[in-house]
Design a protein around this ligand. Structure first.
Ligand code: C2E
Ligand code: MG
Ligand code: MG
Ligand code: MG
Length: 287
């Protein structure tokens, strides 16, 4: 009996494994098509000044308008893109969409900055620097109006090449933000010799506010950021109580569903103009 049941469980496992591999292969094939057929798009989420409520900038977050599966979130396809070596074309598209949109907002009188997320694969690719330089020129957006968000784990790699790419990007004049701050393996080593513009505190700390321990984390991270000449940003702000705690304990910029979820560009433009009529002039320029 035992031998039989072991055997049957192996068969079931293999079938699942096969389905999984087929699924992945199909997703990768579809992703290649998506990249060339313009199925990738960006939603934009505002980063809001904690003290005066103005919109400082917006973060571009990639979405896949899949022909049959609907709108897919990054968690459903980014790993496949990484594995299939598609991060470079994907990132170029996101940068292009974000900078083109930044140009449109500037033309409409809202010179807000945009932020784009990068993965480790991107930072291993020296061509990224020339791509970004070219796109900034094409869309005539000041380098300081583009912020690149990278997670601290990416910075923890000892790769000389990644370090070189990061430094070359900084030489262009773009901003650097450490995303998901506080969740990586080590948080301080890289801050020693890399000038960053933002520490972006991960939402795991933000959602626990206003507990005593998360207040301690916000306060000390704000102090650290400010001592380094950087701003503290909090992601995942979902209610007014959290926002108030962040304001009280020194967080400069907040982002989250409390302000707005990530939205298509046109919807975010409407959101910003509604805010403007509600609160007076809310749009500010950074950089
Ligand atoms: P992230 O950069 O840390 O972005 C924050 C994520 O939290 C986004 O998920 C956003 O939609 C979500 N979020 C925003 N406000 C709230 C809130 O109040 N509560 C909660 N619970 N969540 C909130 P999304 O868009 O699914 O992106 C997930 C991750 O995928 C991003 O995390 C980023 O690491 C990655 N990603 C997204 N777009 C790109 C891209 O173009 N390139 C690369 N390399 N990575 C990307
Ligand atoms: Mg981010
Ligand atoms: Mg983040
Ligand atoms: Mg995160």
């Amino acid at each position: 009996y035992r031998a039989k049941s072991t055997q049957s469980s192996i068969v079931v496992y293999d079938a699942e494994q096969d389905a999984h591999i087929l699924d992945r292969a199909r997703t990768i094939e579809e992703l290649r098509t998506a990249i060339t057929a313009g199925q990738l798009t960006c939603h934009y989420q505002p980063k809001v000044d904690t003290n005066d409520g103005t919109v400082c900038s917006v973060e571009a977050l990639v979405r896949w308008k899949h022909p049959t599966r609907g709108l897919l979130l990054p968690e459903e396809f980014l790993v496949h893109a990484e594995q299939a070596g598609l991060m470079r074309p994907l990132t170029t598209i996101v940068l292009e969409l974000a900078l083109r949109q930044a140009r449109r907002w500037r033309d409409a009188g809202s010179p807000i900055g945009v932020a784009v997320n990068l993965s480790i694969t991107n930072l291993m690719d020296v061509a990224l620097v020339t791509d970004i330089d070219r796109l900034l020129t094409t869309y005539d957006v000041p380098a300081a109006s583009l912020t690149l968000e990278i997670t601290e784990n990416v910075l923890m790699t000892d790769s000389v090449r990644a370090r070189h790419v990061v430094e070359s990007l900084q030489d262009l004049g773009v901003g650097l933000s450490i995303d998901d701050y506080g969740t990586g393996c080590s948080s301080l080593a890289h801050l020693q010799d890399l000038a960053v513009n933002e520490l972006k505190l991960d939402k795991v700390f933000v959602t626990r506010l206003p507990s005593e321990r998360s207040i301690a984390i916000v306060r000390s991270t704000a102090a650290l950021a400010h001592s380094l000449g950087a701003l503290l940003v909090a992601e995942g702000v979902e209610n007014a109580e959290t926002l108030e705690a962040l304001r009280q304990y020194g967080c400069d910029i907040t982002q989250g569903y409390h302000h707005s979820p990530p939205l298509p560009a046109e919807e975010l433009t409407l959101w910003m103009s509604r805010r403007e009529t509600q609160f007076g002039s809310q749009l500010t320029s950074i950089g």
